[in-house]
Design a protein around this ligand. Structure first.
Ligand code: MG
Length: 202
């Protein structure tokens, strides 16, 4: 399975990091070894002094497809989850300044917190509210109505380059409010008012 991630997909987050708003989706990947499931704790890695949370809605791909046309894109996902795209911001800044790839800052072990999934059912996928708390206080909140590139556009775009396969996950981008975590912090993610995951930093 693949973990496909979208960068800068909410205007307010692109601007908080002084990045331009993209005209095409910014895509990167994490390997399966990045998964952190079942509310397991995250162990702060030694290679960073600035580990940051990015809470994101996750799409689970429900059937295989390539070159998916926009009219059919919504048929490729039926469930959504919530997760964290953990980012070593200091490492990322150095890589960005050199024009190098981001993997060391984004794709390391357990950098992808993934919750259980809920069926979309009759919900509008582009009106999902979500938020993240750190030690009980809201640090990020967003709504998929504010996506720059919506889910269907992402499915169409990504599938021009990569075959989407059942079980692949798409991290759809983070809203404003990204920030550092410290050992001892507890992160809790909520989607549509429902608690989706907890993650303790150890
Ligand atoms: Mg992200």
């Amino acid at each position: 399975m693949k973990l496909i991630c979208i960068g800068r997909n909410y205007r307010d987050h692109a601007s908080e990091l002084n990045n331009p708003v993209p005209t095409r989706p910014l895509i990167f990947m994490k390997p399966p070894s990045a998964l952190l499931l079942n509310n397991k704790p995250f162990y702060y890695p030694a290679f960073t002094q600035d580990l940051q949370h990015e809470v994101e809605v996750i799409l689970k791909i429900s059937k295989n497809g390539r070159h998916i046309q926009p009219a059919f894109a919504s048929g490729y996902y039926q469930e959504v989850g919530l997760g964290i795209d953990f980012t070593a911001r200091d490492v990322q800044s150095e890589l960005k300044s050199k024009g190098h790839p981001w993997e060391l800052a984004k794709a390391f072990d357990h950098s992808a917190v993934v919750s259980s999934f809920m069926p979309l059912g009759a919900r509008d996928p582009h009106a999902l509210s979500f938020h993240l708390t750190k030690n009980g206080e809201i640090v990020q909140q967003g709504n998929t109505a504010d996506l720059i590139f919506d889910f269907d556009y992402l499915i169409t775009y990504i599938s021009q380059f990569f075959k989407l396969q059942m079980g692949d996950l798409i991290f759809t981008g983070t809203p404003a409010g990204v920030g550092p975590v410290q050992i001892g912090d507890e992160l809790v993610g909520y989607l549509e008012g429902k608690e989706m995951f907890t993650c303790e930093i150890k």
